[in-house]
Design a protein around this ligand. Structure first.
Ligand SMILES: [Ca+2]
Length: 77
């Protein structure tokens, strides 16, 4: 079960890193962003859903992380 917690934290870090990296690339002009939504246009063609459902994805990951933490460490809350 502890491996699952580590996996979730890893996924959260990875997903956050991708969002952060997209912002970094577009803000620094390293990737083309004609529509100015801080998502590289080349990514939007294939991974637009990943960014349009950002709120939902982060919410779901937060729920899972909170749940797993609560199960793993019932005394910390
Ligand atoms: Ca864009």
């Amino acid at each position: 079960m502890n491996n699952f917690l580590i996996t979730i934290i890893f996924i959260v870090a990875l997903v956050s890193g991708v969002y952060f990296y997209a912002g970094y690339l577009t803000r620094t002009g390293k990737a083309e962003d004609a529509d100015g939504n801080f998502i590289p246009d080349s990514w939007e063609e294939n991974f637009g859903w990943f960014f349009s459902s950002k709120g939902l994805i982060m919410f779901a990951l937060g729920l899972i992380l909170g749940y797993v933490l609560g199960v793993q460490f019932p005394d910390i809350f």
